[in-house]
Design a protein around this ligand. Structure first.
Ligand SMILES: [Zn+2]
Length: 390
């Protein structure tokens, strides 16, 4: 593990994809572009994404998730037993179809435009989830690389749909066992290959913690209206993640939670403070919690001091969904506040979320993302200077 400067600057995962890549992805999906041609497009997009991060001063870079259609459905391409179903197909199988359709209408999502991974048979790894992404990125940069993977709770709970999954897995606990094995193998491979930061994306934890049963905030959850006891769900999430990461210290592991993964507009984003999750975070054997503190009104950063003192915070200080630029002074003062509460050595700086978690739903432009990342790097440089002097 290489030594990093104070306040390392990183990204949460995705960066905007170039229009040529989006077009190539569409053509490939329709069978009108050969895999090798798609790969060439991905390769040049990853190269551009990495150059952009280097130029903007990002210390721990990602491949911008350029090769993925979104942050988690790509597992259907790499694991047998997982199929992508459109929401229209899925609606036929969910337990509470009226609720599901009402939420989709609220979210303004056409039933046919989104496809979710669903377990339809026993899982079998056909290909590594992210090794090729790591190796491609390693050929393009000397900087430490972060790889994001869908978290075990997301995979277990969003992909298990009783009508389709119960033939192979009677319940989520049974599926969880195979998901844990799948992810453990991946973490082991990534660590051995020199990956320096593996982040698990668990947006559904926000959903479990913040939404009331009668107003479940997003479509993933809507499809999953079976279990509504948040404490039981969160305990299950802790157990799954701990089984995935056990024995892999000192690899830096991270857990990213955010409240707006499916929603472009702020009005349908979940609201709520992370306090509810802190006791569960404290039980997770995860090194870093990558959280959003830019786009949320309530931001009692000091509460993070309740976490065990060997844990880091990936502090979200930029809203990836807006064109307005956060003033560097705001980023600095927020970071200072957290540094007073938990010490400067435990803080990474990052945006609240990816810049393009879904390829079909960009939330920013490449220029906008670059400008925001430069703000982060500038804030980090000033903070480092002042902490070195003090
Ligand atoms: Zn996010």
């Amino acid at each position: 593990m290489r030594q990093l400067p104070l306040f390392p600057v990183t990204v949460v995962g995705s960066l905007p994809r170039p229009p040529s890549l989006l077009e190539a992805m569409t053509l490939a999906r329709q069978g009108r572009l050969a895999p090798a041609e798609l790969e060439a497009c991905v390769q040049s997009a990853v190269e551009a994404a990495i150059r952009l991060q280097e130029e903007c001063g990002v210390d721990v870079v990602s491949d911008g998730e350029q090769g993925r259609p979104d942050f988690y459905s790509f597992i259907a391409q790499r694991v047998d037993g997982v199929e992508l179903l459109s929401l229209k197909d899925l609606a036929r199988h969910v337990e509470d179809r009226p609720l599901f359709e009402r939420l989709l209408a609220d979210l303004d999502i056409p039933l046919s435009s989104v496809r979710l991974p669903v377990v339809v048979a026993s899982l079998r790894r056909r290909d590594s989830l992210a090794m090729r992404e790591l190796q491609r990125a390693q050929r393009l940069t000397d900087r430490p690389i972060k790889v994001a993977l869908p978290g075990p709770y997301l995979l277990t709970c969003s992909a298990w749909v009783q009508a389709l999954s119960s033939v192979s897995y009677p319940d989520q606990e049974a599926l969880g066992r195979d998901v844990v094995s799948l992810l453990r193998r991946e973490v082991e491979d990534l660590g051995e290959a020199g990956c320096e930061f593996v982040q698990f994306d668990e947006p559904m934890l926000a959903d479990v913690a913040f939404s009331e049963p009668e107003e479940r905030g997003n479509m993933l959850r809507a499809a999953l209206s079976r279990r509504v006891d948040p404490d039981r769900e969160l305990a299950f999430a802790v157990d799954l993640i701990n089984r995935v990461v056990e024995g892999f210290e000192p690899l830096r592991t991270g857990l990213h939670v955010c409240r707006g993964h499916c929603a472009a507009q702020d009005r349908i984003r979940l609201r709520g403070s992370y306090h509810r999750l802190l006791p569960y975070f404290g039980q997770m054997k995860i090194r870093q919690f990558v959280l959003e503190y830019a786009s949320e009104q309530e931001d009692n950063l000091e509460a993070l001091a309740r976490l065990p003192d060997d844990r880091e915070i990936g502090l979200g200080v930029l809203n990836p969904r807006t064109a307005e630029m956060e003033p560097v002074e705001t980023v600095i003062s927020k970071t200072r506040r957290l540094a007073r509460a938990i010490g400067p050595e435990r803080i990474f700086l990052n945006p609240d979320c990816g810049f393009e978690a879904f390829a079909h739903r960009p939330v920013n432009t490449t220029t906008g993302a670059a400008a925001k990342l430069r703000v982060l790097a500038l804030a980090a440089a000033r903070l480092r200077r002042s902490f070195a002097e003090s």
